[in-house]
Design a protein around this ligand. Structure first.
Ligand code: G4P
Length: 525
């Protein structure tokens, strides 16, 4: 029998990440959620960190130079008896594999869309990762204070561009200058924008007389038509489908003005799942199992260059973490005492003494951990299902400037690949090709190789943008498929893959060689 405290603590936890395209309003929405949760007192705090005005002295030099945050943090606050954690998903210039990997640690995702622009490229990529993992996705259509696309059109886009069925929970009444509020379909009430007033509607909903004195007549007419359309042709709300990631509830509002955020937050916390069981390679672990376990989904290096320390981010999957506890690293069987642990909050790192399943903590790492590692306080080794490899889109050939230092170079390359900072491939000439999702990964790689391994690197641009793994037993036979338009390389597990310049050359290759099974990295574990 699990203890009561643990059961209660798990039930109140909600952990999610925000996925969006740059400038859709992720930072602004995060800030408003933190304000509602009392985690920050003034607007501007998160923004300031984003703009690095409060850059910490121990951040990497590269962060300071570029004025961005490489550090992804967890923001935790209590709201309506729930313990809510927002995992930061780095976007903009610091978009990289870590952004994807953060999504393996969350139980749901909030997709923020600029309602004037609709679905944009980065949102689509991040959405696909959530979809693949069956993570429930909640959609917030933002910037309704500006002229927005037709809301029905935005709903259609979800279906057509993302292939995601949607159900409107709140519905906008006008937009831009004509924006008058949102209608909450589940609560049957209208939140008025300018008056900050909530009108409870009667049994006739938007067709009753209550709204007539409040809304401009065209807006009211449109609202009535649109609500009828939604009732007639829209999807029905279904909590099971929401929680299995097959139906996205949609909300409208403006993060900047902080309107529509409250109904969103309340419904989101009601509908989003508490931590659930996590699959291991031969069974599963329940969050309320008393034996502590967790997995490492991110390793943050050099937060303090003077000590060269690293922080491993752990998603706790079961039991209770207590500072100073002994755990076993399943990969090696080694016992480790977790004496230095931190919670990575919006503005500060705090020491954490106790944490529960559904929390993310940072533990001190002197080079022991790898991405995907499992730690447990039990005697039995636990291996959670492996984290996926994400398809890189940028490639670079690198070599040591000073060949006498090539040993350091190779050691650094191996270590950084293990850490998950970058993907490393070798071609038939034993040249090192790096693969990344974001440009910053290359810069961090170069910086760390120089600073931690004393190796300057030479970089050669290679003209490839697509990688496909090959499923084959005849690795030797792959050589004959190489030509001027592709390159055969091997990843660090010796698995073969082809690199292509673009979709066109990839498609041509696939057509000519139907006998080869080429897969996106996403499918390869
Ligand atoms: P991001 O993290 O997704 O990249 O977006 P961020 O929140 O930084 O927002 C991008 C820009 O959009 C910001 O303007 C922000 O103020 C604005 N914004 C966010 N939500 C809303 C909204 O609901 N309505 C309107 N009208 N604007 C919104 P900026 O000019 O780039 O930055 P700033 O000078 O305002 O800080």
């Amino acid at each position: 029998m699990a203890n009561k405290d643990l059961i209660n603590q798990v039930a109140k936890r909600r952990i999610f990440g925000i996925i969006s395209h740059p400038d859709a309003g992720k930072t602004t929405l995060t800030e408003k959620l933190l304000l509602h949760g009392g985690a920050i007192r003034e607007a501007g705090t998160v923004k300031a960190q984003k703009n690095s005005k409060y850059a910490k002295s121990d951040w990497m030099e590269i962060e300071k130079q570029r004025g961005i945050s490489v550090t992804s943090s967890v923001m935790q606050f209590e709201y309506d008896e729930k313990m809510v954690s927002i995992m930061d998903t780095p976007g903009h210039n610091d978009f990289g594999e870590d952004t994807y990997r953060v999504l393996t640690s969350v139980d749901s995702a909030v997709m923020v869309i600029d309602a004037a622009k609709g679905i944009e490229a980065q949102t689509k990529k991040l959405f696909q990762v959530c979809r693949m993992r069956g993570i429930p996705i909640f959609t917030f259509m933002n910037k309704l204070d500006r002229q927005a696309k037709d809301p029905l059109e935005l709903m259609e886009e979800l279906e057509e561009v993302l292939g995601m069925p949607s159900v409107a929970v709140t519905w906008p009444i006008g937009s831009g200058m004509q924006f008058e509020g949102v209608y909450d379909r589940l609560e049957n009430e209208v939140h008025l924008f300018r008056k900050d007033e909530v009108i409870k509607l009667g049994k006739d909903g938007v067709h009753g007389p209550e709204l007539e004195a409040h809304l401009e007549s065209t807006n009211l007419e449109n609202l009535r038509d649109e609500v009828d359309l939604l009732e007639g042709a829209g999807n029905e709300f279904n909590i099971e489908l929401v929680q299995s990631g097959e139906l996205t509830p949609v909300f409208f509002g403006t993060a900047l003005v902080d309107f529509g955020v409250t109904p969103f937050l309340n419904h989101f916390l009601d509908m989003s799942p508490a931590p659930g069981p996590r699959k291991t390679i031969n069974s599963e672990v329940n969050p309320t199992d008393e034996t502590f376990s967790g997995f490492i989904f991110k390793i943050q290096a050099n937060m303090n260059p003077a000590h060269r320390d690293r922080i491993a981010f752990v998603r706790i999957c079961s039991g209770v973490f207590e500072r100073g506890m002994n755990v076993m690293l399943s990969r090696t069987g080694k016992q480790i005492k977790l004496s230095q642990s931190t919670q990575l909050m919006a503005n500060d790192r705090e020491t954490v003494d106790k944490a529960y399943a559904g929390d993310v903590i940072g533990i001190y790492d002197s080079g022991t951990y790898q991405i995907g590692d499992t730690i447990t306080a039990g005697k039995q080794k636990i291996f959670f299902e492996p984290l996926p490899t994400f398809p890189p889109e940028l490639f670079l050939r690198v070599s040591p400037v000073n060949s006498l230092k090539s040993k350091h170079f190779h050691k650094g390359v191996e270590q950084l690949a293990q850490e998950g900072a970058i993907q490393v491939y070798k071609n038939e000439f034993n040249e090192v090709i790096l693969g990344a999702v974001g440009q910053l990964q290359f810069e961090v790689f170069e910086y760390r190789l120089k600073n931690e391994y004393g190796s300057d690197i030479r970089k050669d641009h290679v003209d490839y943008n697509i990688a496909r793994w090959v499923k084959t037993d005849d690795v030797k036979g792959l050589k004959k498929y190489q030509d001027m338009r592709n390159m055969l390389v091997f990843d660090r597990f010796e698995r073969p893959l082809f690199l292509f310049a673009n979709e066109f050359t990839f498609n041509r290759f696939q057509e000519r060689h139907e006998e080869l099974e080429l897969v996106e990295a996403l499918d390869v574990n």
